[in-house]
Design a protein around this ligand. Structure first.
Ligand code: GLU
Length: 206
């Protein structure tokens, strides 16, 4: 199988040292194995987007010789695919609507673990949709950080798949696009390590 790596920046600002390291690391890893390397712009969060950042990121990458082997994919164009994945999760009862506020969750230790909303339907606002995270321990191997063990119920909880504002979550969009683009390895900042169990669970379900 040909290795396929990717770099998927969010256009919330210009390329900085951390994102450049992720870009270069993913490029070196894919290229070092004779594989392909793709660039995707994770522009699914309009309020956090900075005008012109996508184009500046792409121009910086180009200047450095880091050029995508396929046309750059913009997540803002992929809404129908996320809708389809969300509908499949809903159909299988793997997600549930949740009206719990941040304040309420903070009083419960900051995590949602019950597999159902703690307060039930509220007519004055739309719900977020959360994954019904199973009580299970996940083991995976990170090439730099080594073997990882995560108790899904204790450490991950019922994470948000579709946000209150109707936007898709980073977790869902990433899983849908990594699969669609045939990505075989992910090299990204260690700050995203906690996303791996969430994305692994969605990959398994979908
Ligand atoms: N878009 C994410 C970010 O810029 C990274 C996505 C990923 O590599 O999975 O933080």
């Amino acid at each position: 199988m040909t290795v396929r790596g990717r770099f998927a920046p969010s256009p919330t600002g210009d390329l900085h040292q951390g994102s450049l390291l992720a870009a270069l690391g993913s490029w070196l890893s894919a290229r070092g194995q004779g594989g392909h390397w793709l660039v995707r712009i994770d522009d699914i969060d309009p309020p956090r987007e900075v005008a012109g950042a996508s184009q500046r990121i792409l121009a910086s990458l180009q200047r450095l010789g880091l050029v995508s082997d396929r046309p750059v994919l913009f997540q803002s164009q992929r809404r129908p695919a996320y809708d389809q994945a969300f509908a499949a999760l809903r159909e299988e009862n793997l997600v549930f609507p949740c009206w719990c506020s941040r304040q309420l969750l903070a009083s419960q230790g900051g995590m949602h673990r019950d597999g159902r909303c703690l307060i039930g339907p509220q007519s004055d606002r739309a719900p977020a949709w959360r994954a019904r995270t199973p009580d299970e321990v996940l083991h995976f191997h990170d090439r730099i950080l080594g073997p990882q063990q995560v108790d899904l119920r204790q450490n991950v909880g019922d994470f948000v798949v579709r946000r209150v504002e109707g936007y898709d979550s980073y977790q869902l969009a990433t899983v849908v696009d990594d699969a669609w683009q045939g990505v075989s390895e992910v090299v990204r900042g260690a700050d995203l390590l906690s996303s791996t169990p969430r994305q692994w669970l969605l990959q398994r379900w979908l």
